[in-house]
Design a binder for this molecule. Structure first.
Ligand code: NAG
Ligand code: NAG
Length: 225
């Protein structure tokens, strides 16, 4: 009985040692550099953008399965602008007011993929907008802040100082198809821009087209990696 008891003790000790070894290897393997959570295929986010003190609210509809991305922009005490991007490279920037403005832009790239941050450079943890975040940087173009606990994006900054604060993040929210229809005056003869050299002149004046151009430059650079 006594020998049986000591054998039990040996096994017990072995079990403790093994479990502590296992625990330490587990804590090592859960400790590697954090990677950004891929975007959900579809979401809606209300964002506040501050670009060097110029404010706007963006209602962002990301819809990867349907190959489209929509920024509905309210510039502070200014225009309501619609920035509709398709994965085939065509983007429409328009107003729905009496001015009936529309620019059709053609890019070589479509919309961001859900894992566009893959391979981003981890910068550690910082508090942003009151949330403790993991922070990554990619191609000196975007700084991306993700809530450590919920893994939701909190904030991103583009290299040009354009800072977006996410106020809502509704995973799976989809804007109805009818809302993705550019107005008829986008398809009437008018200003059409077919390559990025022309685009440069179109976006010399700041505004949504310039923001769009910068996002497309980001996508282009991400694709070159
Ligand atoms: C916007 O950003 C500027 C710095 O570029 C800052 O001085 C200003 O306080 C910000 N405005 C808001 C409302 O956050
Ligand atoms: C891209 O898709 C949109 C939406 O279907 C369409 O309006 C546009 O003409 C397309 N562009 C090209 C170059 O096919």
């Amino acid at each position: 009985m006594a020998s049986f008891g000591s054998a039990t003790k040996v096994i017990y000790f072995l079990a403790i040692i093994l479990s502590s070894l296992t625990n330490s290897s587990i804590s090592e393997s859960t400790d590697p550099t954090p990677t950004p959570t891929p975007w959900p295929p579809q979401f809606h986010s209300i964002m506040i953008y501050n670009t060097s003190g110029t404010l706007q609210i963006n209602s962002l509809w990301y819809d990867y399965p349907k190959g489209r991305n929509f920024n509905i922009i309210q510039r502070q005490l200014g225009e309501h602008v619609y920035d509709l991007e398709w994965n085939n490279g065509t983007s429409f920037i328009y107003t729905l007011d009496a001015n009936k403005k529309c620019q059709t832009l053609k890019f070589d790239v479509g919309i961001l993929t859900p894992n566009f941050l893959h391979g981003a450079h981890y910068l550690g943890q910082r508090t942003m907008d009151g949330f403790l975040c993991n922070v990554w940087e990619k191609v000196d173009f975007i700084w991306y802040y993700e809530d450590v606990v919920t893994k939701r994006p909190v904030h991103w900054t583009f290299y040009n100082g354009m800072e977006g604060h996410l106020m809502t993040f509704e995973v799976g929210a989809v804007l109805e198809d009818a809302k993705w229809q550019a107005p008829v005056y986008c398809f009437e003869s008018g200003e059409q821009t077919d390559d990025s050299s022309q685009l440069n002149s179109v976006v010399d004046n700041s505004g949504p087209a310039e923001d769009l151009f910068k996002r497309k430059m980001l996508i282009q650079r991400l694709k070159e990696l």
